[in-house]
Design a protein around this ligand. Sequence first.
Ligand SMILES: Nc1ncnc2c1ncn2[C@@H]1O[C@H](COP(=O)(O)OP(=O)(O)OP(=O)(O)O)[C@@H](O)[C@H]1O
Ligand SMILES: [Mg+2]
Length: 461
Amino acid sequence: MTAPAHPHASILVVDDEEVIRDVLAALLDRQGGYDVHLAEGALDAERILASRPIDLVLLDLMLPGVSGLELLRGIRSDDPQREVIMMTAHGSVETAVEAMKAGAFHYLTKPFQNDEVLLLVDSALTRRRLRRENEGLRRALAERHRFARLIGRSRAMQQVYQVIKQVASARTTVLITGESGTGKELTAEAIHQTGVGADSPFLTVNSSNLPQELLESELFGHARGAFTGAVTDKEGLFAAAAGGTLFFDEISTIPLPVQAKLLRVMQEKEFLPLGSVRPVRVDVRILAATNEDLARLVREGQFRDDLYYRLNVLTIALPSLRERREDIPLLAEHFLATFCDEHGRPGLRLSVEALQEFDRYEWPGNVRELRNSIERAVLLTESDIIDVASLPAEIRRHRGGASGAPALPEGKSLQEAVEEYERTLIRWARQQAEGVQRRAAERLQIKPTTLSEKMKRLGIR
Ligand SMILES: Nc1ncnc2c1ncn2[C@@H]1O[C@H](COP(=O)(O)OP(=O)(O)OP(=O)(O)O)[C@@H](O)[C@H]1O
Ligand SMILES: [Mg+2]
């Protein structure tokens, strides 16, 4: 026999028949050079699995008192990459099929041939090794393309990471803008975690739908008797976040009178709890997010200009997902791994066609929409591959017809459709030109000034 193909691999044999255990132990130990452990039943097996790393389990389907299938599921959910080979004495094909569906690598029918056992064990261990290497690679790749919980390797995201690093230690106020689902909250978290005061609280203000008085007491707290119902003193978010960060999720929903108070805290670093005459000093970093155009709200008189200028000192504008399409496969893989884990579906993959659909789609709901689409697909897909059929209808609808002939997107005018196409092409050209305007214009065969005009008209930054 040549050197073992899987040195140090450890195998657990679970069978109630002593003869089988002995035969397998001798065979695997002597001929394969594996580290072999033996268990008589489920309890034994669980004890061994809990106490040492086991790469492969040879599991008898017909253990007395337990369902081999249930044991199989338990073994796999503990460590989805651990391989299991089922053994059955009765050649019951249905159960074997069930076992394969539940994630078993293969099955052996007793009585078995020695070569057959060794061959199967070898290929199961090979699959385990490949999967682990794969996962390791994926992780290493993911680490390089992420910042805190933000994922993305596009230039646009790299720039975002850069700005986060620059602003994090300064404790300045930062305004985070971007469409819904682009990661504003994750960005706020990343700023907090990177900067000084990372151990202090990070608290979020969800101001929408709150009546003004409630919001004020939420923020600044109140003294006993400040209003009906205020039976005790209450600490507000500003006091609770002392030394840390207060994140205003959708700052545009703050009513004007509260905006005035907010501005005062930012300038004076102190505030008055409702019904109190004693100002409280605080050191809280303010982060704010919006997907509204605050400048427009200022013009319309719905947002205070002085607060706007105060907030707007430093802005992080998050790119929409369609402006950074090169991140889609990375994000898709990340969410796939997350939901495969969460829903116990190891080994699910995305088909090439599904990825192509992702690449074409506009993603109005940005990363959140991608995340939700993948979770849904993981839940819907029965085979090992997520195909176009398990994607939400909006994504599939964007496919060209079978003839490949273009069609006007539903609910759009010719003008809108043309503008959308122009936007896509301009984005493509800019990406190709790595942001150099003159080169992008060359690609499109138009003058740089024409490109600038078009971009302004189409609202491309
Ligand atoms: N760059 C990213 N990497 C990984 N996950 C992301 C990224 N951006 C967003 N997500 C995920 O997408 C979802 C939405 O993100 P988040 O809540 O930060 O968006 P938002 O901009 O605050 O959206 P909204 O305007 O609707 O409040 C979350 O599940 C988040 O984990
Ligand atoms: Mg948000």
